[in-house]
Design a protein around this ligand. Structure first.
Ligand code: HEM
Length: 436
């Protein structure tokens, strides 16, 4: 990994030309599947400087808060109706909705009307996980060509984005609204200003937006799903600081298992000859389970990160879930804040257990095949409120403040410790997360 993404980063910065992404991204004209050329440099720079920089990610905080509140409300509703919660479904919905609002300005997947749009989005992301055997063994290309069904999904998604872009073109945003601009607004602005001399065509806008969905939704919901999976299997670890928990989840379940690269010129890697055009796959999943790097590697032990400087930003090659080098993930900050907020809020408000008396150690950990490694089956849980005095999730904070006030005034000075221990043996769980 270090050879490919650091020492010889430029020499392996190309991506294999895969037939499905090339078709659905119009060339490809996105960022993730584009060869290492002038086009990639320009589109990547738009992503880094305009769409995913810290300031921009910060400007979407209200969207994150609202969408995580909605997630909590759905969990609360499940408690009120004594239903099992499908966390997988909730995470997929939340990440889609966040991306929809950030990229397109509003949710298109709400209500009955939106069901079709939701299915379309999910099918589109799935499409990228389809392996076209012909890309690797040309003589088998006939086995699964880019078939009619795939082409239909791609065309529908493209038409949907076109209508969204036209809608945006009709509504002008002024300078004051700059702060609340979504990705389509920003890309249209870059197209208009044409400062860098890079001509942003309509296909590029569509492809970059499509990239945000394909690279940002599945990966984020997969990470949330596996983190909850591991916290359910190892309840004690939830008390450990969340960053460590997320790092350990990324170590055991790198959402993207393979980083595809292509050699630009003839070279040598660790003594082996590698010819120009050779496809090379770095495997973060396997590296994270390498016994020469990790102890007790099958165990979920977030504490291993507590006194360690190892991070996932691409500098420690034993942990590269976001890749590394010039093709490394530009969405780390975006993903980090959504994940941390969703997890912290969920664990602060609720306790989760497995339905039908399933023991934590019996929770299945089967993985599905695809561009991301998701759980094979949905993660079903039973939720219960963590604090006995918590009166649900009011639309405003007024009720919570009132409860807090009463709690501080009457209950806490007298019986605080006893009550918390008695009714919520894991009371410190949420507090540990929120204290950060
Ligand atoms: C937990 C969440 C995420 C994970 C695990 C993840 C992981 C990755 C990985 C492994 C790569 C390939 C890196 C390489 O080849 O070295 C990548 C690329 C990329 N990611 Fe992410 N990602 C996540 C979230 C996001 C988000 C939220 C966005 C945008 C909204 C995003 C946008 C991209 C883009 C555009 C690329 C292509 C970069 C290029 O080829 O230059 N990712 N990501």
């Amino acid at each position: 990994a270090s050879q490919i993404t650091k020492t010889q980063d430029v020499g392996f910065a190309d991506k294999p030309m895969l037939s499905i992404p090339s078709k659905i991204f119009f060339g490809p004209k996105d960022v993730a599947f584009t060869p290492y050329d002038e086009y990639w440099r320009n589109s990547r720079s738009i992503c880094m400087l305009q769409l995913l920089n810290n300031k921009r990610v910060q400007s979407f905080s209200k969207i994150r808060e609202e969408e995580t509140s909605l997630l909590l409300k759905k969990i609360k509703d499940s408690i009120d109706s004594s239903q099992v919660v499908d966390l997988t479904e909730l995470f997929v919905s939340m990440t889609n909705d966040v991306l929809c609002r950030v990229a397109l300005g509003r949710k298109y997947c709400d209500g009955e009307e939106g069901k079709k749009c939701k299915t379309l989005l999910l099918e589109f992301v799935e499409l990228l996980g389809v392996l076209n055997i012909g890309d690797f063994m040309p003589w088998l290309a006939w086995v699964n060509r880019f078939n009619g069904l795939n082409a239909k999904v791609a065309a529908e998604f493209s038409a949907f984005l076109e209508s969204v872009i036209e809608e945006h073109m009709e509504t002008k945003i002024d300078d004051e609204e700059e702060e609340s601009a979504d990705f389509v607004d920003i890309l249209l602005q870059v197209q208009k200003e044409n400062k860098s001399g890079f001509k942003v065509e309509m296909d590029s806008i569509k492809a970059i937006i499509m990239d945000m969905f394909s690279a940002g939704t599945d990966t984020t919901s997969t990470l949330l799903e596996w983190t909850m999976n591991e916290l359910l299997r190892n309840p004690k670890t939830a008390k450990i600081k969340r960053r460590a928990v997320i790092k350990e989840s990324l170590r055991l379940h790198s959402p993207v298992p393979l980083l595809p690269r292509e050699a630009i010129k003839d070279t040598k890697v660790l003594g082996y000859d590698v010819a120009a055009g050779t496809q090379v796959f770095v495997c973060p999943w396997a590296i994270s389970r390498d016994p020469t790097i990790w102890e007790n590697l099958e165990e979920f032990q977030p504490e291993r990160f507590l006194d360690s400087s190892v991070d996932y930003k691409g500098l420690h090659f034993g942990l590269i879930p976001f890749g590394a080098g010039r093709r490394g993930c530009p969405g780390i900050t975006f993903a980090k804040v959504v994940n941390e907020l969703a997890l912290a809020r969920m664990l602060f408000h609720f306790e989760f257990s497995l339905p039908n008396g399933t023991k934590p150690e019996d929770l299945d950990v089967d993985e599905a095949l695809g561009i991301t490694v998701r759980r094979k089956f949905p993660l079903l849980v039973v939720a219960s409120p963590l604090y006995i005095l918590q009166g649900g999730l009011p639309p405003t904070y007024a009720r919570q403040i009132m409860f807090l006030f009463l709690w501080l005034l009457i209950v806490l000075p007298n019986y605080g410790g006893t009550i918390l221990k008695r009714f919520s043996p894991r009371g410190s769980l949420g507090s540990a997360f929120m204290s950060e």
